[in-house]
Design a protein around this ligand. Structure first.
Ligand code: ADP
Length: 636
């Protein structure tokens, strides 16, 4: 109790000192954001008060209007920001202003690391809240009186250097008053016209009146409640910038006004850029939820599914009770209905954007596609979702070209019922993949999937419209042959003797490789390569298997089927060698090498030593032959 009445001195916590040190000792061209931060705190305090009042809590001086007043006195180098919001008790001041308990500053410190040069961008983007006042202040005096009727007023004073004092204050009606002694270098912030323009630039849409030296300075409209036809696109952009602190205009804007099955309005934006700092971004995500203009929750996470997490904006419900508890929002039926309506509207909007402006949609895809793809779990909207997916593909144009499932379907061969896809780390890897040779040879388009989530998505979808989505590895080669005969040269058919010997040759290969392979068989999918490894029939695809192995930290080499290209020159030669002597050691050498080459292509070769030795031996042997040839032709 003694503490309550005395003025006491406290040290700032270490992290606060760090933040303050950065703020005070760096020079910023956009120091003005400190004002945005203080106004935003004032606005939050007013929102909180409105919320308390709306749920019937007793508050001090309930008739005080909800306002923010800014007054400046150039001669005294003084700037004052005052609100009639919820205020703070003494304990709250210690808790809130003396430590970093709050997202902004903690995240700021985490992100900034050693790079102080980043500070400006980070302050601009996320704000560091209250402490940013010390970019402009040599001394700050904060007077605050909690809305709880019994709490006395408190005074907090600091020069931002290492310590602050806290003590009793003269009685005040309610809310917080921040008196700032401006540094000489920050005297511009005592100019009313400057303050007004800052308010208009950064805080125009604060939902409470803001005055500067007695003059009204902001537009107090809940833009989302305005009729769509009366809102100009610049207003949307301005509102978006206000909401997100982004400096660029949004990529997409959706103004929603719905009456059924629930009544709500929403103003949603797709940012022009994906979050650069996903860790921090998660806390920043969500939509601001209002109930009939009263802010119930900042950054509510239940209104959009994860895959649309890039959306920013506000939702204003007519159906929720004002005293709805934040904890139960997730199970609230009205919230669930709003969420599902929002998803439908957003998907519809994206569909339209994709149709009307493929380039804008491509930008969306580049920035947010990776996240959007997680929507394969949204069963209710799968068809719409699938239609919005974009892929790279084997068609001409390289990775610049994005292909939708509908684009693919539009260029199917006659009778083609399948959409084929292959997963690989890059275009180069897929272009070189033996698994795709049969498709290349027949000019059958294959979607190229570079990210693990792509394959999860297509696997989960299974079908799109009347087409099956099929990984090339599981494609039925016979039906592929029916679709389009292979173009290009074909090898002469095997002689009767060779054909008869072929099974024996395969068994010999099997014998050499032993239980490292599941089996050895003739391939229908190869054109240029002598052999490749495929997963046994009915197993998952190789790429999926690899992802699971990584997840399970499993480094074993999976047992696969070795497929052999019967028409390949090398294989024909090996068959000849086999026929001459089934136990010829050269067969062993080459079989081992072919097997390890296939492992290498699939990323499974752990130990290159044996392979390198073997390759040297083979080069050694072939150089004899090469030299003999040269000598024969008289060139050596
Ligand atoms: P943040 O706004 O990210 O929480 P700040 O450093 O800006 O971080 O503020 C810390 C806390 O101090 C706020 O969360 C709030 O609880 C309290 N606070 C700041 N300004 C005010 C104010 N004007 N009225 C009431 N409480 C405030």
């Amino acid at each position: 109790m003694v503490e309550q009445e005395q003025t006491t001195q406290h040290e700032f916590k270490a992290e606060v000192r760090q933040v303050l040190d950065i703020l005070i000792h760096s020079l910023y061209s956009n120091r003005e954001v400190f004002l945005r931060e203080l106004i935003s705190n004032a606005s939050d305090a007013l929102e909180k008060l409105r919320f308390e009042t709306s749920r019937g809590a007793a508050v001090a001086n309930p008739d005080l209007p909800l306002e923010i007043h800014i007054t400046a006195d150039k001669d005294k180098k003084l700037l004052v920001i005052e609100d009639t919001g919820c205020g703070m008790s003494r304990d709250e001041v210690v808790e809130n202003i003396g430590t970093i308990a709050h997202s902004g500053s903690a995240a700021f410190l985490r992100e900034i690391g050693d790079q102080k040069a980043q500070a400006e961008a980070l302050i601009g983007k996320f704000g560091v809240g209250f402490y940013s006042v010390f970019m402009a202040a040599s001394k700050v005096r904060l007077l605050t009186r909690s809305h709880r009727p019994e709490d006395p007023a408190v005074e907090w004073v600091s020069d931002g250097l290492g310590a602050y004092q806290i003590g009793p204050a003269p009685e005040r009606p309610r809310g917080t008053r921040i008196e700032i002694e401006l540094r000489d270098s920050a005297i511009e912030f005592a100019e009313p016209y400057r303050l007004k323009s800052i308010v208009q630039r950064h805080s125009n849409f604060v939902s409470f009146p803001i005055s500067v030296n007695g003059e009204h300075a902001n537009t107090v409209t809940a833009l989302w409640r305005e009729p769509k036809a009366s809102v100009k696109s610049e207003q949307y952009t301005e509102f978006y910038k206000f909401l997100t602190h982004d400096s660029e205009a949004p990529l997409e804007t959706l103004h929603i006004d719905v009456d059924a099955p629930v009544q709500f309005r929403a103003l949603l934006f797709v940012p022009p850029k994906a979050d650069e700092m996903p860790g921090l971004a998660r806390e920043e995500r969500g939509l601001d939820l209002y109930v009939r203009r009263v802010l119930i929750q900042h950054k509510n996470k239940d209104l959009v599914p994860e895959y649309l997490g890039f959306l920013r904006g506000v939702v204003d419900s007519e159906d929720l009770p004002l005293n709805v508890s934040r904890e139960t929002l997730q199970e609230n039926l009205a919230v669930t209905k709003m969420a599902s309506t929002i998803v439908k509207q957003v998907l519809g909007h994206l569909q339209k954007a994709a149709k009307d402006s493929p380039e804008r949609y491509a930008t969306f895809w580049r920035e947010h596609g990776r996240e959007f793809k997680l929507g394969y779990t949204d069963y209710a909207n799968r068809e719409k979702f699938a239609g919005l997916l974009r892929f790279h593909s084997s068609r001409e144009g390289g990775d610049e070209t994005l292909v939708s499932l509908d684009d693919y379907a539009a260029s199917l061969l006659p009778d083609q019922k399948e959409i084929y896809y292959a997963a690989g780390p890059s275009r180069a890897a897929l272009v070189a993949s033996p698994h795709l040779e049969a498709f290349r040879q027949r000019k059958v388009e294959v979607l190229y999937l570079y990210e693990p989530v792509d394959e999860f998505a297509l696997e989960a979808l299974g079908r799109y419209k009347e087409y099956d989505l099929v990984p090339v590895e599981r494609a039925d080669m016979k039906s592929l042959e029916k679709l389009a005969p292979a173009a290009g040269e074909t090898a002469p058919p095997l002689s009767t003797e060779d054909a008869e010997a072929f099974d024996g040759f395969l068994s010999r290969l099997q014998e050499i490789l032993g239980d490292r392979v599941d089996k050895v068989r003739v391939s229908e999918r190869l054109a240029e390569s002598p052999c490749c490894l495929v997963n046994p029939d009915g197993a998952m695809t190789s790429s999926m298997q690899k992802i699971l192995q990584i997840l399970n930290k499993d480094s074993s080499i999976p047992k696969k089927v070795l497929e052999v290209n019967r028409d390949h020159h090398l294989v024909r030669n090996l068959l000849g060698i086999y026929r001459a002597d089934p136990r010829d050691p050269y067969l062993e050498l080459v079989a081992e090498q072919l097997f390890e080459s296939a492992l290498l292509m699939d990323g499974y070769l752990r130990d290159p030593h044996a392979m390198v030795g073997r390759v040297q031996k083979l080069m050694d042997q072939s150089s004899d032959w090469y030299l003999a040839q040269k000598r024969q032709s008289g060139n050596a």
